[in-house]
Design a protein around this ligand. Sequence first.
Ligand code: 13P
Length: 258
Amino acid sequence: MPNRTPIVFGNWKMTQDRAGAVALAAGVHQATVGMAGVQVGVCPAFVHLDAVGAALKAVDSHVALGAQDAWTEPNGAFTGEVSLAMLKDLGVSWVLCGHSERRHVIGESDELVSKKALAVLNAGMNCILCCGETLAQREAGETDRVNERQVRAGLNGVTSEQMSRVVIAYEPVWAIGTGKNATPQDAQNAHVAIRGLIGQLYGAGVAAALRIQYGGSMKPENARDLINQPDVDGGLIGGAALKSDSFAGIVRAAVGSA
Ligand code: 13P
């Protein structure tokens, strides 16, 4: 099995003011600076990317800058949207695609998520493609089917070469912001199924190299058990990413888990 560098990202969602975002970024940098062997990043709101990017750059930080979304087209009449070129200009290197809140609250389709993922990769950036089932889907035994549909659609048109810049985040919707995390075994089972699908689509080498994060009420207290699962390669963190010490506790749990 290849050594997959674990990857832990904070998704700050629609929280913080400008000063709070800058302070949180500085705190995350300080608290994780010595933690080798884990890729770390933060995804502030669009309007804070510039200030957070500048704060990270000022300390030559190891913390990567990610955006929570992006638009598919390079420029033009798309009121309210933000292009990948605009994001790159601010130092953004990662973009979340298809987060469950965008799918289920904003109404993004598989097709739109797919266009976004492909646009991110064609722009030379890195994509965290999110998938995950609702509670009703889990109870109906559809977890793997939903993940398969979302991952298959999300990767439509993505080449094997581009897969080195893709991370998948399995985020069961019922676990997000609820305090209820998937059990380590539930997460492992879902990740194995996703990796199996990638094997069918891209072959064993790409599947073995792909990093799959877990997201959904991950915190320092449960992170180690989740990340120690063989197919769980880090986390995408919401609530626990909003305090630098709890986020750093999760990063610490990932150290040495490769
Ligand atoms: P919580 O960690 O707050 O459950 O959020 C997870 C998430 O949605 C990260 O993208």
